[in-house]
Design a protein around this ligand. Structure first.
Ligand SMILES: Cc1cc2nc3c(=O)[nH]c(=O)nc-3n(C[C@H](O)[C@H](O)[C@H](O)COP(=O)(O)OP(=O)(O)OC[C@H]3O[C@@H](n4cnc5c(N)ncnc54)[C@H](O)[C@@H]3O)c2cc1C
Length: 471
């Protein structure tokens, strides 16, 4: 008999990290208990019924790219990989409406994006030369030993103002959600190589065709069919370890505030860094717990805001666009992207700006609308029917130079207990891919401890074309 089939694991937190660990461990034959504080799955990557608009909205558009192999592996396990809409084309719009299209051509990687970049009116000749020079340097990977910031590296590469404002600040602000001086160069290099250089497949952009929580709707039944359980509205307050029974007792509360207990052989803490810090004082004392707390204290959060607008008519034919030279960065036409939605629902995303996040609600909405009209004049004639502003102040953790020393592995200071969450040391920035990777890393650690080592981490996509020679 499979030895791990008799063993059990409790996973605290049902974000992408917890869900991907749960599915991997259920597949390996462990009895899984997935425990979540909220009444729905998905954590930071989720949707819910917004009370002010009576619409189901994502807490923000979550885009993925082809290089997200672990997230796609998780989607495949649950059977929802077909619910992603893929595109290789990116439209950039200047105030006034002039459009540039970026995307692949028949040329081999990393040259596949070059023809469209060269013909993009959004960039001057100096910008194009600047970008081509920087990309040429990034053909070789940057060592994770480097502690240089992207900002300082860009200065050394003498990037033009246009390249800085219309490419580096915009693309990196969206992907890494921080300002240029707060981003470690190796992470920026990794993102640029993944998005624009390794292959057209790696850089393809995916967006869910349904609200995010609907993506995970099959998960509870999938787990139950494996003999496992999902406990929603069940915050975990702490846990105790018995050396004698070699067993964890997890202390929970239900929706009415009544205490409860769950028992298991293994524990996976799949929480963001600040929730992990809150839990640590309620775990057994262990050498290494203080060091973990010290690592957590080195992390900081960055906000992302989204403005959700419902108009009485179509204001653009585009599915999505990058908006140049203004505070709002991305436009997602959710009525076109999410099948069966109807209406005229536009979502705007503002990343990496604490100033916008600090604006009062009406001022933020007014600014977003006044900027939107510069890109899409039809907004002027349209009637705004309803609006929602979502400010996620703790959207992502920053990947500042030197942050890797503060990212723990899946191993924790406690026996039979493992860590997951986008912030652990996955080599990826704060993304759904990092969360899915962390879940797979924790699942590998659990099965190794259970005496039946399994591999759950998915292979990275292989670089194509000329990039094969620049591993
Ligand atoms: C606004 C916004 C936009 C983003 N855009 C993108 C994007 O476009 N692309 C991308 O790849 N990534 C994006 N991200 C980042 C991505 O959402 C995260 O990196 C990822 O979802 C993190 O997953 P996680 O499982 O590590 O953590 P979380 O999603 O935070 O999950 C942790 C879970 O633990 C639960 N929990 C907390 N405390 C307890 C407790 N005591 N007991 C039980 N449960 C508890 C929480 O409720 C939560 O469900 C975005 C994030 C935000 C907020």
């Amino acid at each position: 008999m499979n030895p791990s089939s008799q063993q059990s694991v409790t996973i605290i937190g049902a974000g992408v990290a917890g869900m991907s660990a749960a599915c991997a461990l259920a597949e390996a034959g462990l009895r899984v208990q997935l425990v979540e504080r909220r009444g729905y799955l998905g954590g930071r990557a989720s949707s819910y019924l917004h009370p002010g608009t009576n619409e189901v909205i994502d807490n923000c558009q979550h885009a993925l790219i082809g290089a997200y192999t672990n997230l796609l592996g998780f989607y495949r396990r649950v059977g929802v990989e077909g619910m992603i809409h893929w595109t290789t084309e990116m439209t950039m719009i200047e105030p006034g409406g002039r459009r540039s299209k970026l995307g692949p051509s028949w040329l081999p990687a990393p040259l596949h994006g070059l023809p469209k970049l060269l013909s993009a009116p959004a960039f001057s000749l100096a910008d194009k030369i600047s970008l081509a020079r920087a990309f040429a340097v990034l053909m070789r990977p940057v060592s994770f030993e480097s502690t240089e910031s992207l900002g300082s590296w860009l200065k050394r590469q003498r990037q033009s103002e246009g390249a800085l404002n219309r490419f580096w600040r915009l693309v990196i602000a969206s992907a890494l959600n921080a300002d240029l001086d707060s981003i470690a160069l190796p992470y920026a290099a990794m993102v640029i190589r993944g998005l624009f250089m390794n292959s057209a497949e790696a850089g393809a952009m995916g967006m869910s065709k349904v609200p995010l929580s609907q993506l995970y709707a099959p998960l509870p039944e999938w787990l139950e069919n494996h003999g496992d359980s999902v406990h929603l509205n069940t915050p975990v307050d702490g846990a105790d370890w018995s050396d004698e029974c070699r067993e964890w007792t997890i202390h929970t509360r239900n929706a009415e505030g009544q205490g409860g207990e769950l028992k298991s052989d293994y524990l996976v803490i799949a929480l963001p860094f600040e929730a992990t810090a809150k839990l640590i004082p309620n775990l057994p004392a262990a050498p290494g717990a203080e060091a973990l707390t010290a690592q957590i204290e080195k992390h900081e959060h960055w906000p992302i805001c989204s403005v959700h607008l419902w108009f009485d008519r179509e204001v653009t034919d585009l599915e999505h666009a990058v908006l140049l030279d203004r505070e709002i960065h991305w436009m997602y036409n959710q009525s076109k992207l999410q099948t069966g939605r109807g209406g005229h629902y536009i979502e705007l995303v503002v990343s990496a700006t604490r100033a916008f996040a600090a604006l009062p609600r009406q001022a933020a909405i007014d600014q977003a609308l006044s900027e939107l009209v510069e890109f899409f004049p039809r907004v002027k004639e349209a009637k705004l029917e309803k609006v929602a502003l979502i400010k996620e102040m703790r959207a992502t953790f920053g990947v500042s130079p030197g942050i890797d020393a503060a990212r723990p592995t899946a191993q924790s200071p406690w026996p039979n207990c493992f860590l997951a969450g986008d912030w652990i040391n996955t080599g990826w920035p704060s993304t759904m891919e990092s969360a899915a990777r962390s879940g797979h890393m924790a699942a590998e650690a659990v099965t190794a401890a259970a005496g039946e080592k399994r591999t759950f981490l998915e292979d990275d996509l292989k670089p194509q074309g000329l990039m094969r020679f620049f591993g």
